[in-house]
Design a binder for this molecule. Structure first.
Ligand code: COA
Length: 338
């Protein structure tokens, strides 16, 4: 039984059964990853940036007269001009057409909402690769995930690295987000990076102007994801010369996500990238006592950051692909009627 589902009004039993399904998927597909906890799962599914909507469906099954259990889930995030998909099918319910059925529902809805393409993050080495490729999705962008185990970090060298930025910069730690007086300068530094990026599908809400930045921080907090920022202030120019962002999610507090690390062009070559990343790790040790690992994603060719990450001790683990498909073609392939 598959039905459209609103996590805002869902019962706790449904949320809990979805969590069980998600963790079964993790056990099978990403056995080294931490399992998710129930903390803020409902908010994780319901909170979005303004102008963005997430529509969800749930597949449930009853065995031996027991309570219905979640066997699959799909959600589509209607974001800008693309529908971003997430599909999960419990391992014991796979290869019976459920993934296809869930995809068809989400794609049909995206079509009716006026969207012409869908995108999805696909994790290398999982059966999602065969699934999406069999349905005509095309690979558009590759990133490599790396994981840092804090227990293996050489803290003496990290302490040294944190002191290594050139003179003239002040390295600051800001749990929660940048301070009010730096929000504009911070957003400018992020915007500069955005202009120079190409290739990646825009699968996440962006935050390159001050108002969007504030809103995206608010959204992260509501979803139970605590942002931490280290930035390099350049008092001489008033600029934010560099920044690095880590998010510690309530859903898996032992593993944090390292997001952007950016050094503005005018400030490159001053040791800022190493210093801010090192300072972040030192701060996280006390700010997040449960934290055991940090994961990050780098695009191919991002040699500078890949080099620093490996110096710190990150180890690459999997490919992470953006796939995309054109909705009318996909509907035809899935046999979905308008
Ligand atoms: C990808 C996924 C949604 C597919 O669900 P499913 O219900 O098994 O998919 P379907 O039964 O509808 O399969 C449709 C087609 O996809 C292809 N396919 C799916 N799984 C495949 C596999 N393991 N190997 C080869 N082809 C596969 C086949 O062509 C299949 O058609 P067929 O069974 O008639 O040959 C499911 O495997 C899943 O949830 N994976 C999660 C992967 C993931 O992202 N994990 C990490 C995040 S936590």
């Amino acid at each position: 039984m598959v039905h459209e589902w609103d996590p805002r009004t869902a019962s706790s039993a449904e949320i809990s059964s979805l969590l069980d399904c998600l963790n079964e998927v993790f056990r099978t597909d990403l056995p080294g990853d931490p399992l998710w906890r129930p903390n803020h799962l409902r908010e994780y599914l319901t909170e979005t940036m303004s102008g963005v909507r997430r529509i969800c469906w749930l597949a449930k099954e009853t065995t031996d007269g027991g309570p219905a259990e979640v066997t699959g889930h799909v959600n589509v995030l209607l974001l800008g001009d693309i529908g971003v998909l997430e599909i999960l099918v419990r391992p014991d319910a796979r290869r019976s057409g459920l993934g296809r059925e869930l995809l068809a529902l989400a794609v049909r809805r995206a079509y009716h909402e006026g969207f012409s393409s869908v995108g999805v993050e696909v994790i290398g080495g999982t059966c999602a690769v065969e699934f999406y490729e069999s349905l005509g999705f095309a690979r558009q962008f590759r990133e490599i995930r790396s994981v840092l185990r804090l227990a293996s970090v050489d803290w003496t060298s990290i302490e040294k690295m944190a002191q290594d930025a050139a003179a003239g910069y002040e390295i600051e730690f800001h749990p929660g987000g940048p301070p009010a007086d730096l929000v504009e300068a911070y957003a400018r530094t992020k915007a500069e990076q955005n202009e120079s990026e190409d290739g990646a599908l825009d699968l996440r809400p962006s935050s390159y102007d001050p108002q969007r930045l504030q809103e995206s921080l608010g959204c992260l907090h509501r979803r139970g994801m605590k942002p931490y920022i280290v930035l390099a202030r350049h008092p001489a120019s008033g600029e934010v010369a560099g920044l690095t962002e880590v998010v510690a999610p309530a859903q898996h507090p032992t593993r944090a996500d390292q997001y952007d690390t950016i050094v503005a062009q005018a400030h490159q070559g001053q040791g800022i990238d190493r210093a801010i990343k090192a300072r972040m790790l030192l701060e996280l040790r006390t700010a997040e006592p449960e934290l055991a690992e940090v994961q990050t994603w780098n695009a191919e060719g991002d040699e500078g950051l890949i080099h620093i990450n490996s110096e710190i001790g990150y180890q690459s683990d999997r490919d992470w692909w953006d796939y995309g498909a054109d909705i009318p073609t996909l509907m035809q392939r899935l046999g979905v009627r308008n």
